[in-house]
Design a protein around this ligand. Structure first.
Ligand code: HQG
Length: 185
């Protein structure tokens, strides 16, 4: 099997996001350091809950997911969400130097608060930033009229802020104070 319908891909992806990022306990799973769970344990727990995913389907979802949200370890015995967690886990990422600017997409309604207080991580582990404007615009339009901030990451690095990059090329930072932000869209 190498093809899944877009509907099935999305359904499995949402199921995995829910459990691997936010509610592993709903499947009686614990995330190991790095956010990893055993593939066999995940599939077994899902089946028990009435949501059967075949190992082949899981391989396809990891490979074809539109945002590369999930990853296997090299042996494909463990899986994790690359980012976006709300449960407390250490993703075991090394600090990295980002490009001189990054982008953050948000909704129109959040702009005033962001300009006063900066970008805060809310319920997730980090603030999410992208390397180009278009993905940020797409993130912003999930919640209404999109707005995009450009982040002066070069200045933030000079001021000793720490950045991480996930396997799917999302940049993460604890917060972005307002002085580093310019509204560009
Ligand atoms: C906003 C999805 C008021 C922030 C997406 C965002 C992304 C503030 C929201 C990924 C604020 C948090 C992450 C402040 C930040 N006052 N609002 N001071 N600071 N905000 O979902 O970045 O499909 O936690 O702008 O596509 O929207 O799940 O973060 O609007 O890639 O893989 O508070 O999640 O990817 O929302 O989205 P989120 P996000 P997935």
């Amino acid at each position: 099997m190498s093809f899944l319908s877009p509907k099935r891909l999305t359904k499995i992806s949402k199921y995995l996001s829910y459990h691997l990022r936010h509610h592993p306990e709903a499947l009686d799973l614990e995330l190991a350091p790095g956010g990893w769970v055993e593939v066999q344990a995940l599939l077994k727990a899902a089946r028990k809950q009435g949501f059967t995913i075949s190992p082949q389907e899981l391989e396809i979802v990891v490979a074809q997911n539109d945002k590369k949200r999930f990853a296997f370890d090299p042996s494909h015995t463990h899986i994790r969400a690359n980012q976006g967690h709300s449960v407390p886990i250490d993703l075991q990422l090394e600090p990295q130097t980002p490009p001189a600017v990054l982008y953050h997409g948000t909704s129109e309604g959040a702009v005033a608060a962001i300009l006063s207080h900066g970008l805060q991580k809310q319920s997730r582990h980090h603030v999410h930033l992208s390397v180009s404007l278009e993905p940020a615009r797409q993130v912003g339009q999930r919640r209404g009229r999109p707005r995009v901030f450009q982040v002066d990451t070069a200045a933030m690095i000079q001021d000793h802020h720490t950045f991480y990059c996930t396997d799917n090329h999302v940049w993460l930072v604890d917060s972005v104070p307002p002085q580093y932000l310019i509204l560009v869209v």
